[in-house]
Design a protein. Structure first.
Length: 459
DNA sequence: TAGTCACCTG
DNA sequence: CAGGTGACTA
């Protein structure tokens, strides 16, 4: 679905309360519709004047660049993928075993099958972990990987399954060097460090990406991914086999998917966790196994945001100075650090809808105020940086006042104010759909969002 | 039917 | 700012 400014120009719609029949109708801001719905005689009489008025004032306005947005299937977020993986694991496990009690009695009566069940459980767990790790990596263009002995590495595999009495480690043949920790808990923690890049205004020097150039963002190391994946797989297999099938069934039921994304929280890293209560693990594990951590695999990764943060909101507000009707493509370009989904897209669109709402409310308010004050000439209506209207807008979209509002926005605000003034003075506001003509004008006044907003550093 | 819009409400 | 709603388009 496209939502280019061009489309908005022809498809801007609004609800309209029509008294006839008590029904609520909606009309489209459309050239044809506009004529058809200008049912009031006074409106027709004033149309010619208005058209001249508009032509005179908008001749300088560039045509809106119609940026087509290719349809993209909503991508599954790492969290969703992870949850799905777990759900599948849970479902398949449930299919195999109708509850822990029956499993236990089954094992007791069929000891020779315990081995088989253990293998099945091992397989299920391995698959779940494998898919989880895969899904996470697939959705992470930004990743800090250097797991081949670099002390500065940001991926740390904190293993997890340590040595048992036989001295064997779960990752004895792994390519990955892991610390020797005594952990038996089953937990996959993928921690996301801050990537909600602070939106820094006006070319403030940007810290370089911690891990090389931009090229690396688009070319994550598949080899490292695979190494980590294999490591997680081996560890999970080992953990399963050591816990034992019956105990693991209980363990499976105890697994909680903690995936909390706080769109408000900028500071706290978001964590995807499948964890097991250590006490439960302790009760399930062999007596000689000491549990020190609930982490089986802990990986620090740079990944896409799954939620919009306050910085994103701030950035969106500043974008509003340039575009009132951003297309989906523009949104994706400017919020490239966000894992786009239908929900995220809707939220961004909703933000701009709210911005417009405030914008138009202010315009109408000040236009009416001007009429009340006796302003007789539309040319007397201007929007300057010192004007009260601008201060109200600036306070809303640029509260910190740390952004230099472009002159183009002042022009748009002035045009909008005059549009409201003219419409109200002509009595058009008696038409329930009177604003749609204004929306149609304003949606054409969008300008390109500066590259600064699309920069990888300023997201 | 999904996506988008303006409007209303909390 | 978000949720709900009705209306419209592709």
């Amino acid at each position: 679905m496209t939502s280019s400014p061009g489309m908005h120009c022809t498809n801007v719609t609004r609800n309209q309360c029509v008294k006839s029949g008590g029904m609520r109708e909606k009309e489209t801001i459309h050239e044809q519709d506009y004529v058809e719905t200008s049912g009031f005689g006074r409106q027709r009489a004033g149309k010619q004047l208005e058209n001249q008025h508009l032509r005179a004032r908008f001749d300088h306005v560039d045509e809106v660049i119609d940026t087509k947005d290719e349809d993209e299937p909503p991508e599954k977020s790492p969290r969703d993928a992870f949850t799905d993986s777990y759900s599948e694991f849970q479902t398949s496990s449930s299919r195999e075993y109708q509850g822990r009690k029956s499993v236990m009695s089954y094992f007791q009566s069929q000891p020779e099958r315990i081995k088989l069940m253990a293998e099945v459980l091992k397989y299920e767990l391995s698959r779940a972990v494998s898919r989880s790790v895969d899904s996470i990596f697939k959705s992470m263009p930004l990743i800090q990987t250097n797991i081949e002995g670099n002390a500065e590495t940001d991926i740390r595999l904190q293993s997890s399954v340590g040595e048992d009495e036989s001295g064997l480690t779960c990752c004895g043949n792994a390519e990955v060097q892991v610390p020797d920790v005594q952990t038996e808990a089953l937990s996959l923690v993928v921690q996301k460090p801050r990537l909600e890049n602070e939106f820094v205004l006006h070319h403030r020097p940007q810290p370089p990406l911690l891990f090389g150039n931009h090229d690396s963002e688009d070319q994550p190391s598949e080899r490292n991914h695979e190494a980590v994946r294999q490591h997680a797989l081996r560890c999970s297999q080992n953990a399963c086999s050591r816990v034992g099938p019956a105990k693991f069934d209980t363990l499976r039921n105890s697994i909680k998917v903690r995936s909390k994304v706080n769109s408000r929280s900028v500071r706290s890293p978001q964590t995807h966790t499948v964890s097991v209560d250590p006490t439960l693990m302790e009760s399930l594990c062999l007596p000689h196994v000491k549990i020190e951590s609930d982490c089986l695999v802990k990986t620090n990764l740079y990944m896409l945001n799954e939620g919009l943060t306050t910085n994103h909101l701030k950035k969106a507000k500043l974008m509003f100075f340039y575009t009132r009707y951003p297309s989906s493509l523009v949104l994706k370009m400017c919020f490239h650090d966000v894992q786009f989904s239908r929900c995220i897209t809707s939220q961004l669109i909703k933000w701009f809808s709210n911005f417009r709402e405030f914008f138009y409310i202010q315009m109408e308010k000040f236009a009416r105020h001007a009429l009340i004050e006796g302003v007789s000439d539309v040319r007397g209506l201007t929007v300057e940086r010192q004007s009260e209207l601008f201060r109200a807008l600036n306070m809303h979209y640029n509260k910190a006042n740390d952004f230099q509002v472009p002159d183009s926005f002042l022009e748009v605000a002035e045009i909008t104010l005059r549009e409201f003034y003219i419409s109200i003075s002509m009595g058009k506001d008696r038409d329930p759909s009177w604003k749609k003509a204004i929306y149609k004008v304003i949606c054409k006044l969008d300008s390109d969002v500066p590259a600064q907003f699309k920069s990888h550093h300023s997201a």
